[in-house]
Design a protein around this ligand. Sequence first.
Ligand code: SAH
Ligand code: SF4
Length: 348
Amino acid sequence: MNKIDIREYTQKELQNIMISLGEPKFKAKQIYQWIWQKGVTDFDKMTNLSKELRHKLKETYSFKTMQKQREQRSKDGTIKTAWRLNDGNITESVLIPVPEDNRFTLCVSSQVGCSLNCEFCATGKLKTVRNLLHYEIYEQFININNLCEEEFGHKLTNIVYMGMGEPLLNYNNVMKSIHTITSPLGFGFSYKRITLSTSGIVAGIKKLNQDDFKANIALSLHAAYDNKRNKIMPINKSNSIENVVMALKEMYLKNKNKIGFEYILFKDFNDGFDDADKLVKLSKHFPVKINIISYNYVEGVKLQKASADRVNKFAKYLVDHGVMTTVRRSRGDDIDAACGQLASKSKK
Ligand code: SAH
Ligand code: SF4
């Protein structure tokens, strides 16, 4: 019998299940807390439930957990884990520890593969694409949080939705995962320490605004002019920079979210002072931090990374024009765990 994963049910639905099993309603809350507060995926660990109830639950429900398929460790401490999902697909999570800053970040995936095909990204080149279920996203979080505690004696401090996939194309499941990770009956993680990264889907950002999204958001901008962005990010053809930025402005006006622009500097493509100048103009609509990222090599891509000297000059131009700018050093690139390199080599 193909048992249903119990994590598919809301707390209200769990209550109805308890009633149908002749159990008191409050048991639903206990089960909910075992699942979402403690991350338990084994009915026998739910020690405040009677043996009979655990037995009844096991007869009908299951936990279709993912299995660790491979773990790779970078010399900089970054750990990449590939997960085999219940249907055999693979997804990846990256733990980026910076113990000296007390910062332990999970880079979580929201899809298997990605349909958006950005020129420079390994994930976009994968054939299989499917949305991750909300509990597959949550499970990456809880597993990596456990790993972080084992390795560093510290819980995760930050989560970035910057793994495989476009989170706003898996809107409902991503939002549900944020809910179970942050809600008090769930894990209780602070939404202020969560960043959703998007390639800029206007309809998705507007939906976030309607849903009163309060976490941080990062826009993968990578070019300040539409004609250039169209060349490297096909999604821009239907979601122009202006429309994306206006949707983000609405977000800022509503909830004062922290907004970042991610910008990979490509040699002789988007690294000129005219580009920097346009970027400065785009940064005037709301407070924004620009993150200059170095391009991580992906096989078959013709774009190249800008020189260190260019990066410095470009960043200096932004800073001199009053834009908050950071230059992010790459982490885990020796194990293909850096931004844009997630593509499960093991599966190819
Ligand atoms: N789909 C979302 C989130 C996942 S991609 C998005 O695009 O924002 C996470 C980040 O990695 C994005 O900023 C993306 O532009 C960046 N990225 C993709 N390929 C890269 C590469 N080869 N080198 C550096 N960053 C890359
Ligand atoms: Fe998809 Fe983001 Fe990669 Fe573009 S950069 S292909 S949106 S995962």
